[in-house]
Design a protein around this ligand. Structure first.
Ligand code: AMP
Length: 175
């Protein structure tokens, strides 16, 4: 089962990047080409019933499988990046972190109005990052059709913050 394979392969790093956080390191997954293929196919399979026009991946680990997923779905890929990285005209959204704030940006021509956007990231924790990404989708007058993650940390209840944007929340492995 894909969930077990992911859990067996992900590396837990206690107290990174700060005390009390158990970081889910996906780099061992990236070294396993067969597993990467299986993950991309499984993500696409979960989403097969949705009418996805664009996949938006969140910097930086959301780019890894986000582009692969867009390719398999045969739709465009759009990067959502941290502030100051995108070269063309951007739209911004700030959000709260445990200490301070962060800002995400997207190119202003990323989507056409009313397009159905699937937001992808490697991991759902508190949901703050993907909520900010969802606000960006709305600022460009597109729609959030769903969310896809490799991993979700269910005990942080991030899913609850996403349902107001879309009920379609998928993940391959849950903790
Ligand atoms: P959040 O906004 O709290 O849902 O955090 C999600 C973002 O932070 C994603 O881009 C994840 O890659 C990263 N992240 C948060 N917690 C972890 C964790 N325990 N292990 C790996 N990445 C994490």
């Amino acid at each position: 089962m894909i969930e077990n394979k992911i859990k067996q392969t992900v590396r837990d790093i206690p107290n990174f990047p700060k005390p009390g956080i158990v970081f889910k390191d996906i780099t061992p997954i990236l070294k396993d080409a067969t597993l990467c293929n299986e993950i991309t196919r499984s993500l696409a399979g979960q989403l097969a019933h949705l009418e996805i026009d664009v996949v938006a991946g969140i910097e930086s680990r959301g780019f890894l499988f986000g582009l692969a997923l867009a390719q398999i779905l045969n739709v465009p890929f759009v990067p959502i990046r941290k502030a100051g990285k995108l070269p063309y005209k951007t739209v911004q959204q700030s959000y709260s972190l445990e200490y301070g704030t962060a800002t995400l940006e997207i190119h202003e021509d990323a989507f056409l109005p009313q397009q159905n956007v699937l937001i992808h990231d490697d991991l759902l924790a508190t949901g703050g990052t993907v909520v900010a990404a969802s606000e960006l989708v709305h600022k460009l007058r597109a729609k959030v059709i769903g969310y896809s993650f490799l991993i979700h940390l269910g005990f942080l209840n991030g899913q609850q913050r996403l349902t107001k944007f879309s009920p379609n929340i998928f993940s391959l492995a849950g903790y």
